[in-house]
Each structure stands twice: as C-alpha cells, then as structure tokens.
Ligand binder design. Structure first.
Ligand SMILES: [Cu+2]
Length: 129
C-alpha cells in the first residue's frame, strides 16, 4: 500500500515538473513569438539629436503590433540608444546615421533612451493586434 502511495506521489511530481518545463522552456516561448512571422508593413521614422542634446523627431510614436519600425537616428554626440522592453542597445557614433529595424512583436509602452545624456529620445506605444 505504501509503495502505491509513493508511486502516485512520484507520478504527480514528474507530471508537475514536465508541465513547468513546457511552460518555462525558452524554446517554446520563442515558438509562440515566432508565430508572428509576417511583418504588417514597415514604418520609417527619423530622429536627430543636436550638439546641445535637443531631439528633433516624434516624442511619442503609436504603432501596431506586428509592424516593423525602422528607426533612423543621428546624434551629434556619440551615444548609446536603448529600446526598453526589446532589450536593444545600439551605439550611435557621433554624426553618423544609424538605422535600426525593430519587429514589434511585443505590445506595450516602451521608452527609447539615449543613455550617455540620460535623455528620452521617444516613447513607442505598440497597440495589440
Ligand atoms: Cu535605458
């Protein structure tokens, strides 16, 4: 009888672990994100930052989940661009235009910062599809 109880306990533990593995497995989470494989169009937007750190470009950009945002950013000073939520870091050499494509798979409100000047370049509002 005790053997049977231990058998049931072990089965339950194995089932719970298998379930957790399926939920937490990064490959399975990636597969869910990859279901969105067809970008719904590219939105090109341009920003420039002058030597005084003044930003010229939209302060807020509203986009649809599934679109691709093509950011063209030119900074007079060398900078580091950080797109929050997408964990995207891009260095901006002084005076050069850098193009960054972001496939907007995540919806939400994401700040885009210039780290060296502690400045907000813009905010991306990605509305769910
Ligand atoms: Cu940041």
């Amino acid at each position: 009888m005790q053997r049977l109880i231990w058998g049931v306990i072990i089965l339950v533990v194995v089932a719970v672990l298998a379930g957790l593995w399926a939920i937490l497995n990064p490959a399975m989470q990636k597969a869910a994100v990859n279901q969105m494989t067809e970008p719904a169009g590219v939105v090109e937007t341009v920003w420039s930052v002058n030597a005084q750190g003044q930003v010229d470009g939209p302060p807020v950009l509203t986009l649809q989940q599934g679109q691709v945002l093509r950011m063209e950013v030119t900074s007079a000073q060398s900078e580091e661009l950080h797109v929050h939520g997408y964990d995207l870091l891009e260095s901006l050499p002084a005076g050069e235009t850098v193009t960054v494509d972001i496939f907007l798979v995540h919806s939400g409100r994401f700040e885009v910062e210039l780290h060296k000047q502690h400045k907000q370049l813009t905010v991306l509002e990605v509305t769910p599809k």
